[in-house]
Design a protein around this ligand. Sequence first.
Ligand code: ZN
Length: 311
Amino acid sequence: MRVFSLRAAALLPLSLLVFSCEQETTTEVMEIETAAPRFLDLPAAKGGTATLGKSADGRSVTVAMAEYITAADSDEMGNTVFFNNRGNKQLSFDFVPGQSIDGTDAISYYVDETRPSDDVPVEVSTDAIVRSMDTWNDVTCSDLSMFRVPNNGRATGFYSFLFGFGGSLDYVADVVHNGWMPAQFFDRIAPNGSRSILGVTFTLVFIDNNGNILDEDNDGKGDVAWREIYYNDRFNWSDGSGIDIETVSLHEAGHGLSQGHFGKAFRTNKNGKVHFSPRAVMNATYSGLQTEIDGTDNGGHCSNWGSWPNN
Ligand SMILES: [Zn+2]
């Protein structure tokens, strides 16, 4: 999908006058057309129940959605993928009080240290991920009582297990940072995924015996079992510069806590650069270091979690 292709006829060019003390230039700024969500089947689902996992208490879960963020220079925009097309039904999902498999309404998370990045020591990447989780936990409108499940070397990753990249169908925590995956893992999510996707968050949902997504609190949203976050090891990750781990982790953890993408993307034709309005952690493309929660990020978070666990 070439979402950056110029569809001039369909877009209204915006002219922006840029003044400097010496000259006046005109720069064309184009809004980037939002790509339609993608729909994918889980290949193993064709035979029936192969994609179903049973949690420790016997509840069945499957993968419902993935949201990915792209690199700024990748010529692709971040997007949403829905698995096992259900038409217009249940395209959004949230956690439900009293439904967590660990039996608490506190939000648990786990950092899998068995899939470290090639670029930085695992202690450094874990610290960055923990800082990003603390940032969300510290938003004052919500009381997530977030806690980290201690690393114990277990295999994690429902989605990675389905596609032969190792892992486990078992629940580990509400939000799991599953680690750094080889580039080809991301080609299963989108064309050119290995070259464009920095990170992805999968939403796993509870299903009944017929494969229907449960909505036990009748809020029109499917009930989340847990979420899984994977990082693309093809990119050069770092702590505080380049592709900054904390920045991407903060974005993915936003998805982990039920936020979608936010902000309109614009491309400056002259230099090809993309920027977002407003700039936010939840923008669909990486745009440099961003480790603080912004106004819109804060608003999105508070609308999801402000009354938790009483919603
Ligand atoms: Zn994203």
